[in-house]
Design a protein around this ligand. Sequence first.
Ligand SMILES: Cc1cc2nc3c(=O)[nH]c(=O)nc-3n(C[C@H](O)[C@H](O)[C@H](O)COP(=O)(O)OP(=O)(O)OC[C@H]3O[C@@H](n4cnc5c(N)ncnc54)[C@H](O)[C@@H]3O)c2cc1C
Length: 468
Amino acid sequence: MRQDDRQPEGGADGAGKRASAVVVGGGLAGITSALALADAGLDVTLLEGRPRLGGLAFSFQRGELTVDNGQHVYLRCCTAYRWFLDRVEGAHLAPVQDRLDVPVLDADRNRLGRLRRTALPVPLHLAASLAGYPHLSLAERAAVGRAALALKGLDPADPALDSQDFGSWLAARGQSKRAIEALWDLVGVATLNAVAGDASLGLAAMVFKTGLLSEPGAADIGWARVPLGDIHDGLARKALDSAGVRTELRARVTSVSRSKNGGWRVEVPGESIPADTVVLAVPQAETHDLLPDGALDEPDRLLGIDTAPILNIHVVYDRKVLRRPFFAALGTPVQWVFDRTEASGLAQGQYLALSQSAAQDEIDAPVAALRERYLPELERLLPAAHGARVLDFFVTRERTATFAPTPGVGRLRPGAHTNASGLYLAGAWTATGWPATMEGAVRSGITAARAALTALDRPHGHLFEEAA
Ligand SMILES: Cc1cc2nc3c(=O)[nH]c(=O)nc-3n(C[C@H](O)[C@H](O)[C@H](O)COP(=O)(O)OP(=O)(O)OC[C@H]3O[C@@H](n4cnc5c(N)ncnc54)[C@H](O)[C@@H]3O)c2cc1C
């Protein structure tokens, strides 16, 4: 422990003052850090530049409709995000399906397949579904099974895997273009935000091993049945308030610097806030701008962590055109489609959201062009959409939705510690081992809080264990 991290027992300094922490950034990483530090007895201030909490996973109003900026799902294996949901008392609002069941519609062949699991042990839990998966030939299904077993033998943390791309690895294991499209990319694009050829083998191995090859129920899908903002903003704010965190919105931090007494000063317009501990839970470019000199050996490496876009296309029909809560699509530019009717508060008709990951080619396309492209595709996939009136069509564009999971990104992602005592990093883009997900964000927030509490000699056994 360094000299200026040392705190007297019981959390108060000699003058009876509680140790203080400022968390910069009110996304999932920052909210988590703030809660964890407050739960350990610190006097915590959370500063968020926008007028709401939730960062990249938020909601907004469009007339009567409450819209999520992008459909968010998580898996049963996302244990840290589930811990977060429990901590903010929101688990009942984002339940997980009983058993993995993903309808997969092939637009060209007009055929429905299912990716489902049984209760059998891994990897047999998926064997029946793979054996009957109609979108692949028998030979392709057998080859997929062999590649899955090979994947099981990989260590996602092996740095050698980070420099290879997943697409080449799949091709070397006999995966056809069709198998990559109809299976590996179907799951991989949605979870990694990149096609296999653009994705780090290490991150892909992490996703497929944890999701599909760890526990039978690991890939069961959960999603919010209410607007994301109800959980990530409303409930989070309530939990922060009850934990005694001072939360300031519209508080954009302009600098973080050492104070004369060896602590920190965090500047927002109109206020300079002193702190013993600072957690920077902002995206990589903002972290680069706020980092004091010397805090990282090579701060410019943060700028090498690229970003990747996600586009969401929102369509409100005058009637019900989809019976299922969601499906994935093949043979069409449409990727995943979710029924958002209930969560959005729409009283009549049906509201569908198309979640289009790795959307580099379309992220700047005009709304009219997207409308012209996607409405006929939806009619091709959903016969009931023929003749249905489109009451609203709009798009949400998240140009920096995730860090790009490119080969080599692993060595650029920093951990929670910096060279500057009392200063820690969090965010889905830090070295969590996970792709940019809500799970990664929460894990990073816990890891940063643990690091800070360890330096302060504070117990943190109450914190979610696995992220240690
Ligand atoms: C459209 C879309 C779909 C997605 N789908 C999924 C999904 O299905 N499943 C999944 O798990 N993940 C998904 N993700 C990813 C997930 O949302 C993110 O990985 C996660 O929310 C990141 O959280 P974070 O706290 O690390 O960062 P952020 O959410 O980026 O939070 C950082 C916060 O810092 C604030 N900030 C920045 N600079 C300052 C400053 N100077 N002062 C004060 N505050 C500042 C920002 O305003 C922001 O609120 C999706 C993301 C998008 C955009």
